[in-house]
Design a protein around this ligand. Structure first.
Ligand code: NAD
Ligand code: TYD
Length: 352
């Protein structure tokens, strides 16, 4: 008999956001056993969890969402009360070059996990919850004005967002068809420590440190709504515990930036923090070929989450960016590790 009050299965816990969610749950809920299921793809890294790996309420299981029998075994062994599903292929540029990987993990992998939950819980849904973590990219793109609300129709444009949209539909379909108790959130762009340097902010930090060109796609006028990853993790904790079954919550930073302005701000902060001459990082900015199907603007209306559950971001963008840069400056070994080997091949292919 487990000594823990609850068992929570978190998928993708070795990735960027997942590792922050695992850390938060391990520390904030010592009465929960946190089981982290992750296949450890290029984006999964157990170094992200060094500080909690020995905690008595933490367990890691290496398993792939594509192994349905393996998922059944994990569910049978741990019989979790709840699942927080973050594991995914998450990078738009990779989805353009390898769309099927996204169909496999994000769509088939999610359906495998839904089946495993349905089988294990076998209609005994009392106290059970399947939380699907999704993205605002399912809503498509905004023009110069307007915000995504929970009622915005889905209109994905990249293979990544199409695969996440499909996974969202499957989760809701399992709720409607089999009564599976789910909750879903769609979040804007995250940033923070442990972010893999294929995404805009950590890629720019890494390139400034290496003195490499800073590749800005198209005219750089694309707009994203940035949220500090720890605020996303806090929102997930709140929604997991207090969100209404069957509901969707948008999560966003109320913090829109055009890419070029954000990259310039990063350059100024990097110059200050590394003692480089003012303006020297900006000289590395290079406009490169645009991403095909590039969404112009994302911006989230997170009013529902604020008014129903009382969530607001706790970290300002200035504080969050500063903490993020400091983390990369202090964790050179992590950066070296994740940018060696396969990353070099990816980079060469993506930024020819
Ligand atoms: P990430 O790429 O950093 O991590 C993904 C994790 O999933 C990795 O640990 C990887 O090993 C694991 N994984 C991948 N395929 C797997 C498989 N087949 N089986 C088991 N594990 C597998 O991703 P992230 O940025 O942390 O995103 C986490 C989730 O949040 C994703 O579902 C993503 O769609 C969503 N999301 C991300 C953002 C963002 O800005 N990064 C914003 C909103 C929503
Ligand atoms: P990214 O971090 O890939 O997140 P997403 O595509 O999910 O929003 O990209 C954020 C923005 O930055 C997006 O408009 C694409 C742009 N971008 C660049 O200009 N250069 C780059 O090298 C990368 C990776 C992204």
């Amino acid at each position: 008999m487990s000594t823990f009050r609850k068992t929570i299965l978190i998928t993708g816990g070795a990735g960027f956001i997942g590792s922050h969610v695992v850390r938060l749950f391990v520390r904030n809920h010592p009465d929960y056993l946190v089981v982290n299921l992750d296949a450890l793809t290029y984006a999964g890294n157990l170094e992200n969890l060094k500080d909690v790996e020995d905690a008595p309420n933490y367990l890691f299981v290496k398993e792939n969402l594509l192994n349905a029998e393996g998922l059944d075994r994990v569910m049978e062994t741990h019989r979790p009360d709840g699942i927080i599903h973050l594991a995914a292929e998450s990078h738009v540029d990779r989805s353009i070059s390898s769309p099927l990987d996204f169909v496999y993990t994000n769509v088939i992998g999610t359906v495998n996990l839904l089946n495993a939950a349905k089988k294990c819980w076998d209609g005994q849904f009392d106290g059970k919850r399947f939380y699907h973590v999704s993205t605002d990219e399912v809503y498509g793109t905004l023009g110069a004005t307007g915000l995504f609300t929970e009622e915005t129709p889905y209109d994905p444009h990249s293979p990544y967002s199409a695969s996440k949209a499909a996974s969202d539909h499957f989760v809701r379909a399992y709720g409607d068809t089999y009564g599976l108790p789910f909750v879903l959130s769609n979040c804007s762009n995250n940033y923070g420590p442990h972010h893999f340097p294929e995404k805009l902010i950590p890629l720019m930090i890494n390139n400034v440190l290496k003195g490499k060109p800073l590749p800005v796609y198209g005219d750089g006028k694309y707009t994203r709504d940035w949220l500090f990853v720890k605020d996303h993790a806090l929102a997930i904790d709140l929604i997991y515990h207090k969100g209404a079954t069957g509901a969707t919550y948008n999560i966003g930073g109320f913090n829109e930036w055009q890419n070029i302005d954000l990259v310039r701000l990063l350059c100024r902060l990097m110059d200050q923090k590394t003692g480089r001459p003012e303006g020297s990082s900006e000289e590395l900015i290079t406009y490169v070929k645009d991403r095909p199907g590039h969404d112009l603007r994302y911006a989230i209306d997170a009013t529902k989450l604020k008014s129903e559950l009382g969530w607001t971001p706790t970290v300002t963008f200035e504080e969050g960016l500063s903490q993020t840069i400091d983390w990369y400056l202090e964790n050179g070994a992590w950066l070296e590790h994740v940018t060696s080997g396969a990353y070099q091949d990816y980079y060469a292919q993506q930024y020819v």
